[in-house]
Design a protein around this ligand. Structure first.
Ligand code: NAP
Ligand code: MG
Length: 462
């Protein structure tokens, strides 16, 4: 795979300060497919300086010009979509079809949505005798994970550029190649030098240096709750704004009036998709006790059908982590009805599609984010019981409700402490605000709400 041996800073690829590199590994066959530089605090500092220097001119460009650059960026992503899909498949191990339909297609949709929003958003409004200006917040430090590597980059960089901010990105060390490809795309799109900068590197070195840098005005982070908490503490001390998109343990609530087979099958597909490495995955399925055995049998059949068709998880550490959760589930008394902790293949970081029945709300596998293809099925007695279980974790990122009538599902969804709910299998909407209640995060991404994260207001009184 193509890999740059430098950092994209101030419009050019320049050598890293240090010599340390990060090996990029294909999780399907455990082979090294490339190397990227491991950035240091010095690289981050150079990048932040470039972003600061570019800020006055970029923030003063008319929104129509920023919209034109974002439209050009979308067009480059479209022209290079096959290369994007192949790159994500190589570094994440996801099946090529999924990379095409999701890892490449969603960022194109999101970049396009911000090209349009930049052109149409009201960056000024009248409030009584005031004019309120919505101004860019400044230099953004973006730190992203590997599970939807390009989507998570575009979901931060596109609104930041639309707002008139400049950016330094520290992508995940497990998926830096698509981040380098993105930097090439930004360059091809004619975005001025210094507006977007890329520093590859390790979280505790480059990531931490970026989060701590006094030249960064907003830290936008997606990843684990543990690192997010640390970033919030650092930013809080500096009175710096943060946006945090963290973990989830979402509930898929199947009410008795629902089409049970459809709800179970879509629910299983949702969890197995991307090998379970989706922060908003519905990893807890809640079924009425009268329908429980039928749902468990349906889910076991559906999971077994996935068999070999799902990709591996991202690395050996994640594989070990997911396997230890499966072992814990068994140890705490849950009943395995599909999959298990044993690796289904000799090579690659694979986990068999796994389903647990007889899961109770306080079990570890019902409380903690596993980030693998593991579904827990819980039973409830009535709607209040279902609601108590659904809301009974520290998380609140997403969820689903199924019922015979939409209105019944909506009534339940209103009572859920969570940022997104799909009603009877509703589709992903790249314009809808995405983000968490409770410990799933702070702030919202995507659409106009995502743009607002990168703006601050100034009121002029007349
Ligand atoms: P992570 O450590 O939180 O990684 C997310 C990003 O933060 C990466 O770019 C990472 O760099 C960086 N980072 C790590 N330590 C940092 C620090 N001290 N300061 C600043 N940045 C830092 O997540 P992970 O280790 O990849 O995955 C662990 C668990 O997090 C998963 O099992 C899953 O539960 C959860 N997770 C959630 C999401 C989500 O979308 N909500 C995404 C990924 C993971 P490196 O790549 O170099 O580590
Ligand atoms: Mg990490």
């Amino acid at each position: 795979m193509k890999a740059h041996d430098g950092m994209y800073i101030d419009g050019t690829w320049r050598p890293a300060v240090g010599r340390d590199t990060i090996e990029v590994v294909n999780p399907v066959d455990e082979q090294v497919i490339g190397r990227v530089p491991a950035g240091t605090a010095e690289d981050v500092d150079t990048a932040v300086r470039a972003a600061r220097a570019a800020l006055p001119a970029w923030s003063a460009t008319p929104p129509a010009e920023r919209a034109a650059r974002l439209a050009a960026l979308r067009d480059v992503l479209v022209a290079r979509k096959d290369e994007i899909a192949e790159t994500v498949t190589a570094e994440l191990g996801s099946p090529l079809k999924f990379s095409e339909n999701v890892h490449a297609a969603v960022p194109i949709a999101v970049a396009g949505s911000y090209a349009e929003l930049a052109a149409t958003h009201a960056f000024e409004e009248k409030v009584g005798n005031s004019t309120v200006l919505h101004e860019p917040i400044g230099v953004v430090g973006a730190i992203t994970p590997w599970n939807y590597p390009l989507h998570q980059i575009v979901a931060k960089v596109a609104p930041a550029l639309a707002a008139g901010c400049t950016v330094v990105l520290k992508p995940a060390e497990d998926a830096p190649l698509v981040a380098q490809l993105f930097a090439e795309a930004v360059h091809e799109a004619g975005v001025p030098a210094g507006v977007f900068n890329l520093v590859t590197g390790r979280g505790p070195v480059a990531g931490q240096a970026l989060a701590e840098h006094p030249g960064v005005d907003l830290v936008s982070f997606t990843g684990s709750t543990a690192v997010g908490r640390q970033i919030a503490v650092t930013a809080g001390a500096a009175i710096k704004k943060v946006a945090l998109e963290l973990g989830g343990k979402s509930a898929n609530v199947i009410l008795p009036s629902a089409d049970l087979a459809k709800a179970v099958n879509v629910g299983v597909a949702n969890v197995m998709s991307n090998s379970g490495q989706t922060c908003s995955a519905w990893t807890r399925m809640l079924v009425h006790r009268d329908q429980y055995d039928e749902a468990v049998a349906l889910a076991a059949t559906a999971a077994a059908k996935y068999g070999d068709r799902i990709g591996p998880v991202v690395n050996a550490k994640q594989q070990a982590r997911v396997r230890s959760y499966i072992e814990k589930g068994v140890a705490e008394g849950a009943r395995l009805v599909a999959g298990g902790a044993e690796s289904p293949r000799e090579q690659g970081y694979f986990i068999a599609p796994t389903v647990f029945a007889d899961v109770t709300p306080e079990m570890t596998i019902a409380q903690e984010e596993i980030f693998g293809p593991v579904l827990s099925i819980l039973s409830y007695d009535d709607e209040d019981d279902a609601l108590r279980i659904a809301n009974g974790t520290v998380y609140g990122l997403a969820g689903a409700v199924w019922a015979g009538e939409e209105a019944e599902a909506v009534a339940f969804a209103r009572r859920m402490d969570t940022g997104q709910v799909d009603i009877n299998g509703g589709r992903f909407n790249p314009l809808a605000p995405f983000g968490g209640y409770k410990q799933s995060g702070v702030g919202r991404e995507l659409g106009a709400h995502g743009l607002a994260e990168y703006l601050q207001t100034k009121s002029l009184q007349f």
